[in-house]
Ligand binder design. Sequence first.
Ligand code: TEU
Length: 593
Amino acid sequence: MGSISWDRQNGFTNEPYWKDATFYQVYPASFKDSNGDGWGDLPGLISELDYLSDLGVDVIWVSPIFDSPQKDMGYDVRDYQKIYAPYGSIEDVDVLLRESHNRGMKVILDLVVNHTSQEHEWFQESRSSKDNPKRDWYIWKPPRYDADGTRIPPTNWRSYFAGPTWTFDEHTQEYYLHLYASDQPDLNWENAACRKAIYDNTMRFWLDRGVDGFRIDTVNKYSKRQDFVDAPVTDPNSPHQSAPEMWCNGPRIHEFIHEMNREVLAPYEAVSVGELSNTPDPRQVRPYVSAQAQELDMVFEFSLIRLGTGNILGPKYIYQPFPLSKMKTLTQKWQFVDGTDDAWTTVFVENHDNARAVCRFGDSSTPELWNKSAKTIALWQVTLTGTLFLYQGQEIGMTNMPSSWGIEEYKDVESTGFYEEAVQSGDPELIKKTLHGLGHLARDHSRIPFQWDASPNAGFAREGATPWMRVHDEYKSINVARQRDDPDSILSFYKKALTLRKEHRDLFVFGSFTLLDPEDESVFSYVKRDIKGHTDKMAVVTLNMSGKQQMGTDVTSILGDGARLVVSTQEGSKLVDGRPVLKPWEGRVYVNH
Ligand code: TEU
């Protein structure tokens, strides 16, 4: 668990630093390439630390940089103690830590320990024979046979990237389990020696080198139900069925996470944020993050970021349109901090597994509204309670890949898996819908190279280099260089908004959240109250999330005549009968102090 506070100006001296810190996720392959090989790298990241510091970043989360065959962009680790050569060396990590710490920033790494790469030496040993000491470090099961005598997998579970969760290994004639790609066999957390190796080999190794904590991949999938039975058939057209109840939030999960905390996280005072998918009920989330449970500091819950997405273990890429009211109620649901300090929440709308927020929750179709809606999204995020996470490029309003790009530009194992599954079905309608859904939702959208400037390759890689993913066609108009000195840019607004968040941390970071007008499909308004300081300080946030002029909420009736505008995404006008006239995609915040 992360340690208690750094310098604090407003009296919350007992709060851990990570609560009001701004985290920023770096996707190393796409951030900055220093050597012209088309892959981002650690020296590239190090060269931009001043940029991050200037933005207002407190903690950098670096997606996996470990040695890997890159079947799933490093979420398939071959060696936890080596750096993937195109990213640099272990000495570069030391420099990253030192240079970040010198600037007052911390660094967390991505801990991927639900599975390894099949090229990891543990798996090589495990698969070598049934009596190898590491056989039980992975999950092996004998085949089943159907009525015709055809060999079938031990269960009917569907994997994340389409297809079954089991792959048959000729060598020992058994199947191994993989919730993700067949290249990513699941570790067997039931085995104590395996758990110990994870703590030593992955966690202590990096904490001893000075990292400040971990973003923990797939944190609720370590404990599987041990009876390994078929899931109920919910998709009669497929042999593979959605089965999260078999392997998610399983019987021993809290025991495992508690042990991980006691053994490693707590002694090092390491900050932790776990990835908690398939857990849409706050009552199930609290046990992971309640202070008494001593498991994790924070988790990511995905209901909001998944808006528009189909069933995650089924037709994920069949796009589902959603109304603003849905976005509001989900925001409210996850603002569950109640002032007792017993559980803490996180705030985020982007990461490397989801398409760009400005395209999904804003309006990126015209340049005018692109800028305005990106700022309104920023204002929404910075005024929410919990720890804020930004994803690289969000701060300049980076957009999805152009719709004119073909399927060949999609590199992600999940995108290609779903596309192939649609093609295999032979159903032209499904192929069309899948391509449409990928165009809105694919993980690829957030993974294209970062847009630094208008030079060839967007300043991500030097001229003549071939970036591993195509650079966005719009990079000359959307980039850091263009926004850095423009007071009206999205980047400038993020800097201002992040400062505002800290200035009013009692309201925005730690305050309570009350949703107003839940049914309104154009304006998103809420009240934030200082529940920690027990003062009468309040803020009203009113955001026009539509392309038409709207009346904002009645600010005066809540805050009184002394209501003061502290920020607007556009040139603000006066209140009319206590209500602001909001231009298309305009957002404002008023306070009573
Ligand atoms: O994602 C885990 C995961 O299950 C999802 O939330 C993920 O968004 C996926 O796309 C769902 O369909 C983590 C990583 O964030 C992701 O990049 C990896 O592919 C995955 O683990 C496997 O390690």
